[in-house]
Design a protein around this ligand. Structure first.
Ligand SMILES: CC(=O)N[C@H](C=O)[C@@H](O)[C@H](O)[C@H](O)COP(=O)(O)O
Length: 223
């Protein structure tokens, strides 16, 4: 089966409401810049931003973040969120496939409905090997390390990607495995591909000038 997501670098173009670059105009421009720099795909949040980044002509991994005080799951937590981003032009839907409480369907049901009813591919964001194996069993088209370090039961936010998880998934799975989360330098990306990644998603270090500036200030500036 041919997948929509090519091998290579995928750039995540996201800016939350408190970020000066929030909004479809900026995210659309980021996607064009990423395409011209060699990105093979774009990850974007919300129907508005997805419509804007689609103009770059690359495959889009769409997410729809819905934050709530009641549930820890916020990345595409239910079927309506998935349907809205497919309608906006995402051929691939990424969703949280951890077993944590959510407002929508169990991920097993959600994956099936996205495949069968929306005819989109499914990109499973997971945080452990078991979660990745389960998501692939349930039919996910891709499995990605996105949530490692961001669930209560995984190592809290180390400053490097989870290469061990990437390698374990690549060894065990036949679906393409994607590295995502804290791939902050080209060297980490190389190591990610060496560990078996089909693609690597980079966000912050390419599309978030506020965090890039902070990193320079904290690590390079002498007071
Ligand atoms: C945990 C979570 O919500 N991750 C989000 C998923 O869409 C984004 O905030 C990240 O920026 C993205 O995964 C890329 O990772 P990094 O920015 O580290 O390159």
């Amino acid at each position: 089966m041919t997948q929509a997501l090519p091998k290579g670098l995928i750039v995540s173009c996201q800016a939350r409401a408190d970020n000066p670059l929030h909004g479809p105009m900026f995210m659309g421009a980021m996607a064009l810049a990423a395409r011209d720099g060699g990105a093979r795909g774009i990850r974007a949040n919300s129907p508005e931003d997805i419509r804007a980044v689609a103009a770059a002509g690359l495959p889009v991994i769409g997410i729809h973040k819905v934050f709530s005080d009641e549930h820890p799951v916020y990345i595409t937590p239910d079927f309506d969120a998935a349907a809205a981003i497919v309608e906006a032009g995402a051929a691939i839907v990424a969703l949280d496939c951890t077993p944590r409480p959510r407002r929508g369907e169990h991920p097993q049901i959600l994956i099936r409905r996205i495949l069968d009813e929306l005819h989109a591919e499914v990109f499973a964001d997971i945080s452990t090997l078991d979660e990745g194996l389960a998501a692939a069993d349930w039919g996910a088209t891709y499995v990605a390390t996105t949530l490692s370090g961001y669930t209560e039961y995984t190592e809290p936010k180390p400053d490097h990607p989870d290469l061990a998880l990437l390698e374990a998934l690549s060894t065990r799975l036949s679906v393409p495995v994607v590295g995502e989360g804290r791939f902050n330098t080209p060297d980490w990306i190389r190591r990610g591909f060496d560990a078996g990644a089909h693609a690597i998603v980079v966000g912050t270090m390419i599309t978030n000038p506020r965090e890039i500036t902070r990193m320079f200030v904290q690590n390079g500036v002498r007071a």
